[in-house]
Every structure is written in structure tokens, then in C-alpha cells.
Design a binder for this molecule. Structure first.
Ligand code: ADP
Ligand code: MG
Length: 392
């Protein structure tokens, strides 16, 4: 059963009544444009078919009671909390994500009278596929619905506003300093398209992406590696970019053109140069990818993905052995291109592969992992799927 159906059934079993509504939101992969979102740049994500569903029922006592279905089908219950008492640092573990959303909505003046929430998901967690944002976006839409608000309809917040509220939940309540890419992708992506998003303006364009038409597929490789560097590494890179922009006298690295790159890097201390090089060239690669997709030349995207990986590995230095081995094995077996996706230091990689070579690439990656004694990777192909919405 899909997460929406599982969440509704578990809600009914738990509370002895049907939920008022069920909302779900997808995980995502970013085709290209990594570590550009917090530099006001360009990203190009698409929604995964994997989703997190939130079945909700109204309460009138101001309490938020959340449970999540484990893989064994048994609900794990978070300690119920009074929404009025929520404050950053007050909730820890997985329950901080839904509580953070309620806290952020409360801060925006959304009237919340309390809610029972049952979550069910098939988004792999901690795999760089944004299970945290799938959860937060589903919970945000479900709680808004209880308050009589439906994003993008009259008198309701826009999906972009909801994305910013979800960002506040994750940044200020959970304490993860993430950008705007993941929530926006989960809320705004559409099936059969990648979302070309200009993070500065918020302008998003749906670009058709149909790999199957060219007998290609996007293979997602969940390395199942997670390195402790991931949080500190992200914050360090982010601060490095902010410092570089300050030294260059621009609002964000988005404002450095690729033609200005040599002169700009000359003005910076040695350690900041590769960061700037990555961000500036990565924005260019997003634009080149969009141009190739619009021209129907999907195969040209391959080398851009690989160039992105090289830049993330050598300049931005956020890759790791597991990601490099996956990318290398895919490329050696004939993938048109491959790169790490997401923040790095573990998580997932993607490869653009002709369907005739899929089996060989999957086999090569699995073998390469076994040969090095890594945990076996999880592999699946993904087509751009629907963004967040109501289930029933
Ligand atoms: P990612 O977002 O890449 O999957 P994160 O570390 O940002 O990785 O988020 C993963 C965390 O989000 C999990 O460890 C858990 O705390 C929380 N989470 C995600 N999905 C669920 C879920 N369905 N139920 C409960 N908690 C979840
Ligand atoms: Mg996350």
C-alpha cells in the first residue's frame, strides 16, 4: 500500500475515526545545481515517486500528537506537546521535525487548535533524498488544511511562503542550516518535469524531462554512507561562501559572472577560491543543462553532471569515497554522466544511463562496493513525479 493509504489506515486504527484529510509530499533528487541555493543561484530538482504522507485529525485542546509508522508497520509515538509551549530546543529526535512545523506556522499566525498526526513514508531517510522535507511539507499542508488554508488559493499562503516557513522550522527549530532547495522542490515540482528554480527571485519554470523517450534513465544510488562531517562541513562551506561574497562586495556569489571568475578569485584568500569556482561554474552548468533539455538534447546533460561531480569533489570538497566509487563505477560502465546529489559526505549519487546499460551499471556499482567492503548500496531508477498535495 502507498504511504497515503497506510497513514489513513493507521490513523483510523489509532484514533477510532477517519482522518479529516491526508496530505503527502515527495522526496527529491537534484539533477544539477548543488550548494548553489544558499548562494542565491540556480537549482534543477525533480520530485521522487517516494512520498511521506500525513493523516491528520483536528483536536481542540491545543495539543499536537504525532506518530510515525515504522517499517514494521508499528506506530512510534512522540510525546504529545502543547503547541503554545513549543520553543526551539524543546523537542529532540524525529519529533522535532513535525513540532518545528507547528511552531513555524504558529509564528506566522496560523490558527492551530491541536492535531493528531499519523505519518507513513517510503522515502529513504538520511539518504540525501530529503525525507526530512517530505515530512515537514506534508505536515505543513495537513496543519494548514485543518486551519482552513490551502496554499495558492485565495486568502491562503503561497507554496513559496510555506517553503520559507518550513525552512524556518528546519533552520531554527530542528537546527539544520539548510537552504530553500528541498522544501521548494517538494512543494512545487511536477511530474515529468524538472523545476528550474532561480532561488533569488523565487521564479520557477517547469522544464520537460522525459529520459525514457531517449531510452535513458536516471539511476539513484543511495550509498547508505553518512559521515559525521556532514553538518559541520555544510556550515563551513556556507560561511566560506558568505565571506567570499563579502570580500568581493556582492550580495551573494550568484552575482559573480563566469567571465569575472579569474579576476574575482585573484582577490580572495587561497582557501576561498575553490568554493567560489565551484558555485560560479555550477550555476553555469545548470543553465547549460536547461538549454540542453529545452533543445531536446538529453545526452548532453551527461558530461555536465560529471563536471558537477568533479567540481564538488575537488573544489567544494564535499564528496566522499563511497560517492566517488559509485560515480566512477557508473562512468566506467558507460553511464553518460554521474554525480553526487544533495549536500554530500554520503547520501546519494545519480547517473544518467541508457536503459540498455542499466543492469550492467547497477551490477558494477554493487560489485565495486562489495570489493571495498562498503555497505551494499540501494539502487532504483526514478522518474520526475508529482509535488506535494492532497491524497484523497
Ligand atoms: P534526509 O532529509 O536527507 O533524509 P535528514 O537527516 O535531513 O536526512 O532527515 C532524516 C531524519 O528526518 C530522520 O532521521 C528522522 O529524524 C526524520 N524523518 C524523516 N522521515 C521520517 C518519518 N517518516 N518519520 C519520522 N521521522 C522521519
Ligand atoms: Mg533533510
Amino acid at each position: 500500500m502507498r504511504p497515503g493509504g497506510r497513514a489513513a489506515a493507521a490513523f483510523a486504527a489509532e484514533h477510532g475515526r477517519a482522518p479529516d484529510s491526508v496530505w503527502s509530499a515527495p522526496g527529491r533528487v537534484n539533477l544539477i545545481g548543488e550548494h548553489t541555493d544558499y548562494n542565491d543561484g540556480f537549482v534543477l530538482p525533480f520530485a521522487l515517486p517516494h512520498r511521506t504522507a500525513a493523516a491528520v485529525g483536528r483536536r481542540t485542546d491545543g495539543v499536537l500528537a504525532v506518530a510515525t509508522l515504522g517499517e514494521d508497520g508499528v506506530p512510534r509515538r512522540a510525546e504529545p506537546v502543547r503547541i503554545a509551549d513549543l520553543a526551539p530546543g524543546g523537542v529532540s529526535g524525529w519529533a522535532a521535525y513535525p513540532a518545528g512545523v507547528a511552531w513555524a506556522l504558529r509564528g506566522e499566525g496560523v490558527p492551530l487548535t491541536g492535531a493528531d498526526v499519523m505519518l507513513a513514508s517510503d522515502v529513504p531517510t538520511g539518504a540525501g533524498l530529503s525525507s526530512s522535507h517530505a515530512l515537514e511539507c506534508a505536515v505543513a499542508l495537513a496543519l494548514l488544511d485543518l486551519a482552513g488554508l490551502t496554499p495558492d488559493s485565495e486568502g491562503s499562503p503561497s507554496r513559496d511562503e510555506v517553503a520559507r516557513w518550513v525552512q524556518r522550522a528546519e533552520n531554527d527549530f530542528v537546527g539544520a542550516p539548510t537552504g530553500l532547495l528541498d522544501q521548494t522542490a517538494s512543494l512545487r515540482c511536477a511530474s515529468e518535469h524538472v523545476l528550474f528554480l532561480d532561488v533569488r527571485s523565487g521564479h520557477g519554470e517547469q522544464v520537460p524531462f522525459d529520459a525514457a523517450r531517449d531510452e535513458l534513465a536516471v539511476l539513484v544510488i543511495d550509498t547508505r554512507a553518512s559521515h559525521s562531517l556532514s553538518e559541520s562541513g555544510y556550515g563551513d562551506r556556507r560561511r566560506g561562501c558568505e565571506r567570499a561574497a563579502e570580500l568581493l562586495g556582492v550580495p551573494a556569489l550568484r552575482d559573480v559572472g563566469v567571465e569575472e571568475l579569474p579576476a574575482a578569485t585573484d582577490r580572495l584568500p587561497e582557501e576561498l577560491r575553490p568554493l567560489v569556482r565551484h558555485v560560479v561554474t555550477e550555476n553555469e552548468r545548470v543553465l547549460a543543462t536547461v538549454a540542453a533539455l529545452r533543445a531536446g538534447r538529453l545526452a548532453e546533460v551527461g558530461p555536465l553532471l560529471t563536471a558537477s561531480h568533479t567540481s564538488l569533489r575537488d573544489d567544494y570538497r564535499v564528496s566522499c569515497e563511497e560517492l566517488d566509487v559509485a560515480v566512477e563505477a557508473a562512468l566506467n560502465t558507460g553511464a553518460l554522466g554521474a554525480r553526487m546529489t544533495g549536500g554530500g559526505f554520503g547520501g546519494s549519487a545519480i547517473a544518467l544511463v541508457s536503459t540498455s546499460k542499466l543492469d550492467a551499471v547497477e551490477h558494477a556499482v554493487t560489485e565495486a562496493y562489495a570489493a571495498r567492503g562498503f555497505t551494499a548500496p540501494r539502487l532504483f531508477t526514478a522518474v520526475p513525479s508529482a509535488g506535494a498535495g492532497r491524497e484523497d
